[in-house]
Design a protein around this ligand. Structure first.
Ligand SMILES: Cc1ncc(COP(=O)(O)O)c(C=O)c1O
Length: 409
C-alpha cells in the first residue's frame, strides 16, 4: 500500500521535512547540534537506551495512559463518539514528560550534567525539572514574566523540585523572550549543558527527537483503540498544535493510515486581543504560509514586513508562539493534516464543558483540541473521534476563574 506520508522516510538526511526543517546556525552551534544528531542516530535503536526509557515510562511516568470514552460530551454534541487519550494522567500533568525523561536520559548518556531550557505554560519546565531530579541533574528553566504570573503554581513546582527558575523580563516577557534567553545561556555553557527544546521545533535533530519521544502516545493509542472498538481505527484524530509535540506524538500512530483523518487545532486567540483592540494575527500562522529561514531552521512563521516573528496572543500560554514545527507545516501543505482555528472563547467553553460533563479539567491548550472535536462531531454521527487530552487544567484554574468565571454554583 502506498501512503501519502510514510513517517519513517522523514526527516531526510538533511533533517528536512520536504522544504522545511534543517539546521542553520553559526558554525560553532551547528557543530554542537551535529554532534547531538550523530549521537542520537546511534542511540535511538540501542537496546539499553530503549529498555531504560521503557522502565522510566512505566515506573516513574505512570504509562500507559488510558483512553476514556467521553460519554456525556458525546451525547451533548449529538454526533460522532468522542474518545480522549489521557495524557493529562502523565506524572506532572501533561505529555511533556514523554520527551523530558528521554531528553534527560540522552543527556546523561552523552555526558552532560546540566539542563538549560525554556518554558511557556510551564508544563515543559515542570516536566524537565522532574526528569532532571529523577536523573540527578542540575536544571535551569527560563520563563517569560507574563507566563510566570499566569502559571504561578508551575513556577513553585519547578522550584520545589530543585530547579533554578529565571524569570525573563526582556522583550515582552513572553515565551519567545524566554527562548532567546535560554539559548543565550546555553551558548555560554556548551561544555556541560544540554538544551532540550520543548516541542517538535528547532534545528535538526530536535523535531525528530521530540517526535520519536512523543510517539509513545500514538503507539499506545492505536493499540488501545483497536482493543476498545474490536479492531476499528478512529475516523478522525484531533490534537492541538503549539509547536507540535503532542500532535506529532498522537499522529505518528495514525499518519501512515490514509483512512484516518488528522486534524490540528490552532489557537486563534480573540477574547483579550479583541478587548485590547489588538489585531489578532495568530490564526494566520499556517494560512499565512510565508516560508522563512529562521535563525535556526526553515519554517513557516507569522512574520512582519522585516520577516521577524510577530507577537502573538492566545489565552493558552503554551500556544503563544509564532511558529509551528517543520513536520507539521509539511503535513499541512501536503493536505495530510487539516488545520482549523479555535478561538479563545471556544477553548474556554470547552474547558467548562469537559470539566462539568466528564469530571476532567483540561489544560487550556488541550481545551482547544476538545473544542475542535465538539465542532466537528455533530456532522459525523456514525464516526469516532480520538482527541489528545494533552494536559490537565490545574495550572489554569486560578486564571480561568479570575478572568472568565462561569461557575453556576
Ligand atoms: C498541556 C499542553 N498541551 C499542548 C501544548 C502545546 O505544545 P505542543 O504543540 O508542543 O504539544 C502545551 C505547551 O505548553 C501544553 O502545556
Amino acid at each position: 500500500m502506498t501512503v501519502k506520508y510514510d513517517i519513517k522516510n522523514y526527516p531526510d538526511e538533511k533533517g528536512c521535512f520536504g522544504q522545511y526543517g534543517g539546521c542553520f546556525l553559526s558554525s560553532k552551534m551547528e557543530r554542537e547540534f551535529k554532534k547531538l544528531d550523530d549521537f542520537y542516530q546511534r542511540i535511538r535503536n540501542d537496546a539499553e537506551f530503549i529498555n531504560d526509557l521503557k522502565y522510566t515510562r512505566k515506573h516513574y511516568q505512570g504509562r500507559p495512559t488510558p483512553i476514556t470514552f467521553a460519554r456525556n460530551l458525546t451525547k451533548k454534541c449529538g454526533g460522532a463518539s468522542i474518545y480522549l487519550k489521557r495524557e493529562d494522567l502523565n506524572h506532572t500533568g501533561a505529555h511533556k514528560l514523554n520527551h523530558c525523561v528521554a531528553y534527560a536520559l540522552v543527556a546523561k548518556k552523552i555526558g552532560k550534567n546540566k539542563i538549560i531550557a525554556d518554558t511557556g505554560a510551564g508544563q515543559h519546565g515542570v516536566a524537565m525539572a522532574a526528569a532532571a531530579a529523577y536523573f540527578n541533574m542540575k536544571c535551569e528553566i527560563h520563563m517569560g514574566e507574563v507566563d510566570a504570573k499566569k502559571e504561578a503554581p508551575n513556577v513553585d513546582r519547578m522550584r520545589l523540585m530543585g530547579t533554578k527558575v529565571i524569570i525573563v523580563k526582556s522583550g515582552g516577557g513572553r515565551f519567545i523572550d524566554a527562548t532567546n534567553s535560554s539559548f543565550a545561556a546555553y551558548e555560554k555553557d556548551l561544555e556541560n549543558s544540554f538544551y532540550p527544546i520543548g516541542s517538535t521545533i528547532g534545528p535538526r535533530p530536535i523535531p525528530q527527537m521530540v517526535r520519536d519521544f512523543q510517539s509513545i502516545i500514538g503507539q499506545e493509542a492505536l493499540e488501545q483503540f483497536l482493543e476498545i472498538t474490536g479492531g476499528k481505527t478512529p475516523n478522525k484524530v484531533v490534537a492541538v498544535v503549539g509547536g507540535g509535540s503532542n500532535a506529532m506524538g498522537l499522529f505518528s500512530g495514525f499518519v501512515n493510515n490514509d483512512d484516518v483523518e488528522l486534524y490540528a487545532a490552532k489557537a486563534q486567540g480573540c477574547l483579550e486581543s479583541a478587548k485590547k483592540n489588538v489585531e489578532n494575527k495568530h490564526k494566520k500562522t499556517v494560512a499565512f504560509n510565508k516560508k522563512v529561514v529562521m535563525s535556526e531552521f526553515t519554517n513557516v512563521a507569522l512574520v512582519d514586513e522585516n520577516e521577524d516573528p510577530t507577537p502573538v496572543y492566545s489565552v493558552a500560554s503554551g500556544l503563544d508562539y509564532p511558529y509551528i514545527g517543520p513536520e507539521q507545516v509539511f503535513l499541512n501543505e501536503m493536505g495530510r493534516v487539516q488545520f482549523k482555528g479555535v478561538s479563545d472563547e471556544e477553548a474556554i467553553s470547552a474547558f467548562y464543558e469537559l470539566s462539568e460533563l466528564e469530571g476532567i479539567i483540561p489544560a487550556l491548550e488541550s481545551a482547544h483540541a476538545v473544542a475542535l472535536a465538539m465542532k466537528i462531531a455533530p456532522n459525523y454521527p456514525s464516526q469516532t473521534i480520538l482527541v489528545n487530552l494533552s494536559g490537565r487544567g490545574d495550572k489554569d484554574m486560578d486564571y480561568v476563574l479570575s478572568n472568565f468565571n462561569r461557575l453556576k454554583n
